[in-house]
Design a protein around this ligand. Structure first.
Ligand code: GLU
Length: 507
């Protein structure tokens, strides 16, 4: 079997939707699983939709996620150029070939004439399109004489080239996810393959490039399924049927409600990003949030996207990129759309935060603290990170979660104060701290031991005395193990906070 070569072929028309990122990921996984190549091709033949910065954005997103292409613009490779606008001359011979074989024709119709044709067809209850029926009433090289066509060309008239769809043919192909798909050729219109600006349309450029780049598998979103029969026809016309890549059309990523494709508007409405990294619209200046800036780890985003449309053989959920490479197969991609669930996405991020070594979290956390004008040494931060990370989904939640590690409580949980702030707790706390202040080493283990000794001695319940200590030092009703908190905050500060709380809330 030839080497697996797959491509991710976005059009640089704006930021990359996470559906597109998932397409890139599945392509990457398929390539790496088979020791193949993952290619980035920029499909920019529609110059009217070109957006400045979009290509850079795509590359940066892939690189942040660790799924960088092996070949592509600015990366290199033996099949370049990898931007379609730079391949303009490469398409012309194939257009000529199609024209000469009679599988394509010139069309000179003006916008007005096209409009009139559509209106006419609508009136008679037909599908308004340029197809096997309507083309014979239009101005093209099928209806005009050879002389007339030549005259128009010599005069420099504007024209496009259209594919000539057969009138009655079954177009059948196999999709790796959906099985066999069959379409009648008269259901497809005579699509433009070469535009009046001399550039090919998506359809022709896509097919020619997949062929010239030796692509073995086309893995792309479901929205391209309706174009597939036309592509199959082009492969056939160009004589490449035997080397046609395998096709796999991925299911949609659906709105959280389950109906319809997840859109930017859903993200805005529900407050979550639909783009991998932040994007600033170059014409309006409008900002769109990104997973990276919202505090998601790239490993988590990979895991989230992997499971939106694919499942493992044993339904496990946590997958690193390399374990995905081992496990991935197109046969485990679902046919049905995958509903996006932001709570599940947060859960994944939490799993990766917990797994992440403290030292790796340190830098980000430290930067976050600095932006909040808090400076603490690494040694201190390394002690508290393991305590807080269990309770946070994002690094930026660490500060809020562990506020008391940085400053004494300003507020005290009022509900807990009402219920738990009792004389017995305060008296016990005073005695406990007196004794604790004399410990040779003020550490969690010693504090724990002392506390329990005293509990037995005084014959009080833990629930009567522990919450008082926690409330006084942290202001909160719950959190990481209290003796570890005390040991990190330190003897002097603990004593100070306790005394202050007792003064504020006399019993
Ligand atoms: N240029 C198309 C897009 O923007 C690519 C479709 C394909 O992969 O064939 O999604």
């Amino acid at each position: 079997m030839s080497k697996v070569r797959v491509r991710f072929a976005p059009s640089p028309t704006g930021p990359l939707h996470i559906g597109g990122v998932r397409t890139a990921l599945y392509n990457y996984l398929l390539a790496k699983k088979n020791q193949g190549d993952f290619i980035l091709r920029i499909e920019d033949t529609d110059q009217t939709r070109f957006v400045e910065g979009a290509e850079q954005y795509i590359k940066e997103s892939l690189s942040w996620l660790g799924i960088s292409p092996d070949e592509g613009p600015g990366i290199g490779g033996n099949f370049g150029p990898y931007r379609q606008s730079e391949r303009k001359e490469m398409y012309q011979p194939f257009v000529t070939q199609l024209l000469e074989k009679g599988d394509a024709y010139y069309a000179f119709d003006t916008v007005d004439e096209l409009e009139q044709m559509r209106a006419r067809m609508k009136k008679t209850g037909m599908q308004p399109r340029y197809d096997t029926t309507s083309r014979m009433s239009m101005k093209n090289s099928l209806t005009l004489s050879k002389d007339e066509v030549e005259k128009r060309m010599a005069e420099g008239a504007e024209y496009v080239v259209r594919i000539k769809m057969p009138r009655k043919e079954e177009i059948k192909f196999h999709d790796e996810i959906r099985g066999y798909v069959s379409v009648q050729s008269n259901q497809i219109d005579d699509k433009v393959i070469l535009k009046s600006d001399g550039l090919p349309t998506y359809h022709l450029a896509n097919v020619v490039d997949d062929h010239l780049m030796g692509i073995t598998h086309i893995v792309r979103g479901e929205e391209w399924l309706p174009s597939a029969p036309l592509h199959v026809m082009l492969y056939k016309f160009l004589g490449w049927e035997n080397t046609m890549p395998k096709m796999a059309h991925l299911p949609l990523i659906l709105k959280p409600e389950g109906k319809g494709k997840l859109s930017k508007r859903d993200g805005d409405r529900l407050g979550f990003p639909v783009f991998p990294i932040e994007w600033k619209d170059p014409s309006t200046g409008e900002m769109s949030m990104g997973y990276r800036e919202e505090g998601y780890l790239p490993e988590a985003v990979i895991n989230i996207l992997a499971l939106l449309g694919w499942h493992s053989s044993n339904n496990e959920e946590i997958f690193s990129l390399s374990s995905l490479v081992n496990e991935f197969s197109l046969s485990k991609v679902n046919k049905a759309g995958a509903r996006f669930d932001i709570d599940k996405a947060k859960w994944f991020n939490h799993q990766y935060i917990i797994q992440k070594p403290e030292k790796e979290i340190l830098d980000d956390f430290s930067t976050y603290l600095k932006s909040n004008n808090i400076q603490k040494n690494d040694e201190y931060l390394l002690k508290i990170i393991p305590m807080i990370k269990e309770r946070a989904n994002f690094i930026h939640e660490f500060l809020q979660e562990g506020e008391y590690f940085f400053s004494p409580p300003i507020e005290y949980d009022s509900k807990a104060m009402k219920k738990k702030w009792k004389t017995v707790g305060v008296e016990f706390g005073k005695e406990f701290l007196n004794k604790a202040n004399q410990l040779e080493e003020y550490n969690a283990e010693n504090l724990h031991q002392l506390f329990h000794q005293l509990i037995e001695e005084k014959n009080v319940g833990i629930g009567q005395v522990m919450p008082t200590m926690r409330l006084a030092v942290t202001g909160k009703a719950g959190g990481p193990p209290i003796f570890e908190i005390l040991s990190v905050i330190g003897q002097k500060e603990v004593q100070k906070r306790f005394t202050e709380a007792v003064t504020k809330f006399p019993v």
